[in-house]
Design a protein around this ligand. Structure first.
Ligand SMILES: [Zn+2]
Length: 309
């Protein structure tokens, strides 16, 4: 073991022991954010040079009652409350035990997760959901376009990436959501926004988190804005898909968004922001995220038009 990796391991162990001490000393849900919470820095350090989908990561408090419980390469977000918790995304199938362990390490009981929801119906974000549903006993809520994929486990034919996606273990849907619907656990309220840019069922989630009564932020877990496809797929042949993307992007730009979180941490420099080299809070983050995506999508359509000539 190198000196650096020993230092990282030590830092991670210290941070986890302080999380455990916090959890033992106070009722964990909604306990105040302590100044000098080092968990984000520890997560960023542990994931430096590791961004694979199943690379284990320590949990970190993002803000107030909002926790990162995913792997280095794929987000899983836990929003905690006194009456139970909400989990957003679970990562690849292999990540299920890592996410469960992170919920525990953060000081919470997986059996207190009441609802599980998702960003989009691709195996890298929801491959773990069936196992997480089984282990937590939580209910699962989804928009109609996600429901079909969850229940069959098969990628959607409407999905530009459909031909190249792995199947998932089927997930039972307990509640079908409409755009704008809320999922509520006690005083926790998270809102579903249909943002069908990356996949037909793409959903962005927003909520308020407070570190104290006067220090609150709007958090947006905005779905992926990448408009990639399997080989041979042309967006130009699918005007409905193009229209859905054009409708979804401005919705993401307009989300209440003091802190932007994304299903792939790299899509919004989450690890850099956890490391403190970029600001965690940026009220223009969702707009910036969308502007870059609009440019990429315009370039893609242009390329298709050129190839068709
Ligand atoms: Zn993905």
């Amino acid at each position: 073991m190198s000196r650096t990796s020993r230092a990282i391991t030590l830092a991670a162990a210290l941070a986890l022991s302080s999380i455990a001490a916090d959890a033992a000393g106070a009722p964990s849900p909604g306990r105040p954010q302590t100044p000098g919470d080092r968990t984000q820095a520890v997560l960023a350090t542990a994931c430096a040079g590791h961004d694979k989908w199943a690379d284990p990561a320590p949990p970190a408090r993002i803000f107030g009652n909002t926790w990162y419980v995913g792997t280095c390469g794929i987000s899983a977000i836990l929003v905690t409350g006194a009456k139970g918790h909400i989990l957003i995304d679970g990562g690849v199938a292999k990540a299920a035990p890592l996410v469960l362990a992170n919920i525990r390490k953060a000081g919470f009981d997986p059996k207190q997760v009441r609802w599980i929801v998702a960003s989009h119906e691709h195996f890298d974000h929801v491959g773990a959901l069936a196992a997480l549903q089984r282990e937590t006993g939580a209910k699962v809520a989804a928009l109609p376009a996600q429901k079909a994929v969850f229940e069959t486990g098969k990628p959607s034919k409407e999905d530009p990436q459909g031909a190249g996606l792995d199947s998932i273990a089927p997930v039972k849907i307990d509640r079908v959501l409409k755009d704008g619907a809320t999922v509520v656990v006690g005083s926790l309220v998270i809102t579903a926004h249909a943002t069908p840019v990356h996949a037909p069922g793409s959903t962005s989630w927003t909520w308020r988190s407070c570190a104290s009564t006067s220090d609150c932020h709007s958090i947006a877990y905005a779905d992926s804005t990448s408009t990639i496809s399997s080989d041979g797929y042309r967006f130009t042949d699918h005007p409905d898909r193009v229209a859905a993307i054009r409708q979804g992007l401005p919705k993401i730009a307009a989300l209440p968004c003091d802190i932007l979180l994304t299903p792939h941490p790299s899509q919004s420099a989450m690890m850099e922001r956890f490391a403190g080299t970029k600001p965690l809070t940026d009220t223009s983050a969702c707009r910036t995220y969308v502007t870059a995506a609009e440019d990429r999508f315009a370039a893609r359509l242009q390329k298709e038009a050129k190839e068709a000539r």
